[in-house]
Design a protein around this ligand. Structure first.
Ligand code: SAM
Length: 301
């Protein structure tokens, strides 16, 4: 069945209507489908997870090329159609679930205990960042993700320091993976047509992270603060995190990290953010801990 035939059959089944709020834009172009699956470099040795199978258009291609395939779909109205049309494939598993709540680790352990899995998805755009961050932060055994996303999001994921697209998302994604923008996709190859342009990105997960983070939460707090006030110098943007009287200490941290305080946050690379968070931790939280220990000693006396 061609993608258009599948969509027609799904509509004729009577239970399904496109839901805009679920980011439902189904792919209709065979050529783009092939490019998407090819970009993922899938072989029959690979276990694959697809997020949002929709009418099963990408899913069927994956089932033909891969080993076990798990598809996670939130929309109940699509489940009977997917079950019926993809039933002939013994390597198919379907979960009716919100991927943000799905225990993917469990499926991976059971289906690909030795080898990291590959993720392929034409993502629902309304929830791209939470899905990508869940997959990255949970440290699941993932080899790579090939994702159709909104074009602007693809540019932000791949952006380098000092460019207008570089932001907290660039730092977060590049901390965990090497990002490659594979190709642009026109709105004309979807039904219904999205109002925005699309692009396919490939995130290949780092075997070894580029920096070791002892305090990832602090790292991300500093990243967010630095980008939250893009027009301000770094020392001013960071001063929001500490009481006013600690400005001098912020300047000391920046000096120790060899970062010019008049730079803008958006010029810092991941290594610089990591050094900054390490020294910030030492300067502010070490002091806090020392003060705490001191007060405990005084109380015991
Ligand atoms: N893969 C299909 C294709 O390319 O034609 C459909 C892609 S469509 C852009 C996104 C799909 O993700 C829809 O089927 C939608 O119902 C599903 N979806 C939306 N939010 C989801 C979530 N939180 N968890 C799982 N699936 C979701």
């Amino acid at each position: 069945m061609t993608p258009m035939e599948k969509i027609r059959k799904l509509r004729e089944s009577g239970n399904f209507h496109f839901t805009k709020s679920l980011g439902q834009n189904f792919l209709t172009d065979e050529n783009i489908l092939d490019k998407l699956v090819r970009a993922a470099g899938i072989t029959e040795d690979d276990a694959v997870i697809e997020i949002g199978p929709g009418a099963g258009i990408v899913t069927e291609k994956l089932l033909q090329a891969a080993g076990p395939v798990l598809a996670v779909e939130i929309d109940k109205a699509l489940i009977p159609f997917l079950q019926e049309t993809l039933e002939p494939y013994p390597n198919f598993t379907l979960w009716h679930q919100d991927v943000l709540k799905a225990p993917l680790c469990q499926w991976i352990q059971e289906n690909s205990p030795e080898q990291p899995v590959k993720i392929v998805a034409n993502l629902p755009y309304y929830v791209t960042t939470p899905i990508v961050m869940k997959l990255l932060e949970e440290n699941l055994p993932i080899h790579s993700m090939v994702l159709m996303v909104q074009k602007e999001v693809a540019l932000r994921m791949a952006a380098k320091p000092g460019t207008k697209d570089y932001g907290a998302l660039s730092v977060a994604v590049q901390l965990y993976s090497q990002v490659e923008k594979a190709f642009d996709v026109s709105p004309n190859v979807f039904i219904p047509k999205p109002k925005v342009g699309s692009a396919v990105v490939k995130l290949t997960i780092h075997e070894k992270p580029p920096v070791q983070l002892d305090h990832p939460e602090l790292f991300f707090t500093l990243v967010k603060a630095a980008f939250g006030q893009r027009r301000k110098t770094l020392s001013n943007a960071l001063s929001h995190l500490r009481p006013k009287e600690e400005k001098q200490q912020i300047l000391q941290v920046l000096e120790a990290a060899s970062i010019d305080p008049v730079r803008r946050g958006e010029t810092l690379n991941i290594q610089e953010f990591a050094t900054l968070s390490q020294l910030w931790q030492k300067q502010f939280f070490h002091d806090t801990m020392e003060a705490h220990k001191k007060s405990e000693r005084v109380e015991r006396k």
